[in-house]
Design a protein around this ligand. Structure first.
Ligand code: NIG
Ligand code: FE
Length: 416
């Protein structure tokens, strides 16, 4: 038996349909349906349209009608295409040092940085790590984030990376959000590895990659290209091996120094993320490519650094997504909508550009194009904000939370 339901009426329904994958957008390009409804069949959208018309259809199909009250704006569920929400401990100590003016090097010397989180993550077992991941995923879900990419990268041995990815897999089966795992074993060479960067990457690609495939733990390989992590040359040969095995690629690129985005484009990576240090050369390269540029305003806010040049990327024709980078070090806040609203004020992004960056353009970055738009055949992942005008959402800078979150046709968070 099919599960059919009609949900509405909705004051404004933003489909995010019929918009280009790349380039600048104006709010006038948004498709807005007024007094709308969403007809759902099992986990998919059967139709969006006028509530009045869909009521008749629902009757003929014997669908259940779920009548909503008050003004509501509907959007596709947010997609966060870059997080590190699977971790142990916290880095409050780093943050306190940073805001009192200590440098990255001083913090690392005092035992902080990524390595501190590696130590704390290794202390937790798989079940404990999964529990922490579920808590973070559910927080995101009630803020309207229905699909969440989650990276490993705080294990940094074959066994510890496997523990993280299995914890993410376990968490995925216990939260209503969709978790999309990414292997970030190339986050940094672990301090306890006796060998070169190349030897570390060689070990990961020969020993870990085959298990990722056989246990279906991740289809995506990420790397941190940076002076303190890996060079472009080191990652090129690592990526070649990953590509030969059929993995999708993504890069932590141009965060402090350039070099990463060129590798991302060369390997046709799904996305190049960070880009705070990108210059005109990198922006032009990205804009011409199919690689989605991912801005991570949470890291800029957490570190007190420049924002990704999102305006320039869009104006030159690039595709822009926005991720939270939620992690215990550089981006502890984890509030995607707040961060996106702040990026919009500094970079002068239109509402259409921000909503696209949080929905179908983020789906593109993850290669999950079965969601991110409200139209027939796609996943019934949608969120309702208690507002009469969609522009109130960014105006409230994250303070306005969704009153309802629907995931694959089911109500998973209800604050109405
Ligand atoms: O995306 N840039 C490198 N990695 C993370 C930070 C991780 C951490 O500090 O724990 C990032 O910002
Ligand atoms: Fe990151």
């Amino acid at each position: 038996m099919k599960n059919l339901k009609l949900i509405g009426p909705i004051t404004q329904l933003l489909t995010l349909d019929k918009l280009p994958k790349k380039g600048a957008l104006k709010d006038e390009q948004l498709e807005i349906l007024e007094d709308a409804g969403i007809l759902v069949e099992d986990e998919k959208i059967l139709e969006v349209g006028s509530f009045h018309d869909l009521l008749k259809k629902a009757k003929s199909l014997n669908a259940e009608t779920i009548e909503l009250k008050g003004d509501l704006v509907a959007l596709p569920g947010w997609i966060d295409c870059h997080t590190h929400i699977c971790f142990g401990g916290n880095r409050a100590n780093d943050f306190a040092m940073r805001i009192s003016g200590k440098s990255y090097l001083e913090i690392a010397e005092a035992g902080g940085g990524i390595w501190d989180t590696v130590t704390q993550t290794r202390k937790l077992n798989r079940v404990e790590l999964a529990e922490r991941t579920i808590i973070n995923a559910n927080t995101h879900l009630s803020d309207g984030v229905t699909t969440i990419e989650v990276k490993s990268g705080y294990g940094l041995t074959v066994a510890e990376e496997l523990k993280m990815l299995r914890a993410i897999q376990q968490a995925n089966s216990k939260t209503s959000a969709d978790l999309i795992p990414t292997c970030l074993a190339a986050h940094m060479k672990p301090r306890d590895f006796e060998g070169t960067n190349q030897e570390y990457l060689e070990m990961i690609s020969t020993e870990l990659f085959p298990i990722l495939k056989s246990e279906n733990l991740a289809d995506r390989i990420d790397s941190f290209i940076e002076k303190s992590a890996f060079s472009p040359e080191e990652i090129e040969s690592y990526f070649q091996k990953a590509k030969n095995l059929g993995f999708d690629l993504t890069v932590h690129a141009d965060q402090f120094t350039t070099g990463g985005s060129a590798v991302a484009v060369k390997f046709n990576a799904k996305s190049a993320d960070h880009l705070e240090a990108s210059t005109e050369t990198e922006i032009a390269l990205l804009a011409k490519s199919e690689t989605v540029a991912v801005a991570l305003p949470g890291a800029s806010i957490g570190l007190g650094c420049a924002f990704t040049p999102a305006r320039k990327i869009l104006d030159q024709g690039g595709s822009l997504a926005i991720g939270s980078d939620w992690n215990p070090g550089s981006a502890p806040m984890g509030d995607l909508l707040t961060q996106a609203s702040i990026l919009a004020t500094f970079e002068k992004l239109s509402t259409a550009e921000v909503f696209s960056a949080l929905t179908f353009r983020a789906a593109l970055a993850l290669g999950v194009e079965d969601r991110g738009v409200l139209k027939a055949g796609l996943r019934a992942d949608f969120i309702f904000f208690p507002a009469a005008d969609y522009r109130e959402i960014l105006y409230q800078q994250g303070k306005l939370k969704p009153s309802q979150v629907w995931k694959q046709g089911e109500l998973v968070s209800d604050k109405q």
